[in-house]
Design a binder for this molecule. Structure first.
Ligand SMILES: [Zn+2]
Ligand SMILES: [Zn+2]
Length: 405
């Protein structure tokens, strides 16, 4: 099968709308271009290789998606550089996928025990959810969760120990086609173009979960530490809720964008933010507690541990700091006074389908302004490097995928 990725099953089992097997119709090519990771390496060494690989086959309960755009997320950088342990190689990264359903797999019920060849001649199999060929959908980071474990049953499918993630266990969207389970794809509000919609699928959804877990209330004072794809969307959601938002970032361009998007203040993390002491606090430091601690809640977005004491220092008693990072360069030692007074420090891990649904609804309602910087598929290494160096124009790098056969 050539330089294949996860394509280990036959193609004969999946069916197009007209009931013909995909390979018979000529509508879907047998192979596609993909940016494939075979060996993790620093982004400077261009770890992704442009390859021609077989178009994957949707199994029972899955759809085949023609990818139009795929956002480039910090997690992809951690993946290609090997900071995350990789369950398999070769691998196609990318988990902010926007595309069109071009084929549905055989119905889940027909999946067990029936011959694939027989299914190919039967009428079109019904999809597990009302998804049609031609529907535009998004594929987020949470590719699949088991639905059976305690976490799944208690609304915490983001913590499912058997969960699979797009672009990690399953091939992702740095390719012309990908497959996804019907039950885990996300509807996309019509008002967003493909490029705009892509960053919503992870940066947006997980940013939204971070806001939720920070406990920020409407009208509250929120701090965002680090400003990229996720923060520029979270800022707008918080503004929609009537919050005052303080943005801490070194980048002059990002500070400008933050102010344009309605931040009350933007500056470096080591600068006073002009925050009044929070309610119930005297002016200035209280014992060993944080100085001028006026934020009701905060979220850190950059994978930098030193931001954590910087953020806690500005958090009022009882406030929560949510750490939106899948990987952090370590946690610095810090005085207990930064945490005392019932401040809460918590991580944010993945997201649920409920987060995705709620966020997409809000995203369309606001509507969110998405600052996407497009790159062609074959420039994925460049996009990752620009992200690493903080050189993304706008706030979110997005691969724009134009099929070439
Ligand atoms: Zn589970
Ligand atoms: Zn992501």
């Amino acid at each position: 099968m050539g330089p294949t990725t996860a394509v280990t099953d036959g193609r004969e089992g999946w069916i197009l709308k007209d009931g013909k097997a995909g390979a018979e119709t000529g509508q879907i090519p047998g192979s596609m271009r993909a940016m494939v990771l075979r060996r993790p390496a620093p982004a400077e060494e261009k770890p992704l290789q442009l390859s021609r690989v077989p178009v994957p086959s949707p199994g029972p309960g899955e759809v085949l998606i023609h990818v139009h755009a795929c956002g480039v997320c910090h997690t992809d950088l951690h993946t290609v550089e090997g900071e995350l342990s990789l369950p398999r190689l070769p691998l196609v990264p990318g988990h902010e996928i926007v595309g069109t359903v071009v084929a549905v797999g055989p119905a889940a019920a027909a999946g067990a025990g029936t011959g694939a060849a027989a299914r190919a001649t039967e009428p079109a199999a019904a999809p597990a959810a009302p998804l049609q060929v031609g529907d535009r959908v998004g594929v987020p980071w949470l590719h699949w969760a088991c639905g059976q474990c305690d976490y799944c049953r208690n609304g915490q499918e983001n913590l499912c120990p058997s969960a699979r993630f797009t672009g990690l266990q399953a091939d992702g969207g740095y390719a012309e086609y990908c497959i996804a389970p019907v039950d885990f794809v996300v509807p996309i509000p019509e008002r967003f173009g493909d490029l705009e919609a892509a960053p919503l699928l992870c940066a947006g959804i997980i940013g939204y979960r971070s806001l939720r877990l920070s406990g920020i209330r409407p009208g509250g004072r929120l701090g965002l530490f680090g400003f990229g794809a996720s923060a520029h969307l979270a800022l707008q959601v918080a503004r929609f809720w009537g919050c005052s938002v303080y943005v801490f970032t070194r980048s002059e361009a990002h500070r400008r964008l933050a102010l344009e998007l309605g931040a009350t203040w933007a500056g470096p993390a080591d600068e006073p933010a002009g925050l009044d002491p929070g309610p119930g606090q005297g002016a200035g430091p209280a014992g060993a507690g944080p100085e001028g601690a006026g934020l009701d809640a905060a979220v850190t977005f950059a994978p930098v541990g030193s931001l954590i004491p910087a953020a806690l220092r500005r958090l009022r008693p009882g406030g929560t700091l949510a750490v939106n990072a899948i990987h952090l360069d370590g946690l610095p030692a810090m005085p207990y006074g930064l945490l005392y007074q019932e401040r809460v420090l918590r991580s944010v891990t993945n997201s649920t389908r409920q987060d995705a649904r709620e966020f997409m609804q809000i995203a369309g309602q606001i509507p969110l302004r998405v600052e996407a910087a497009p790159y062609p598929l074959e420039d994925a290494n460049q996009a990752l490097l620009d992200m690493k160096k903080g050189r993304i124009r706008g706030a979110a790098a997005v691969l724009q995928i134009v099929a070439r056969h």
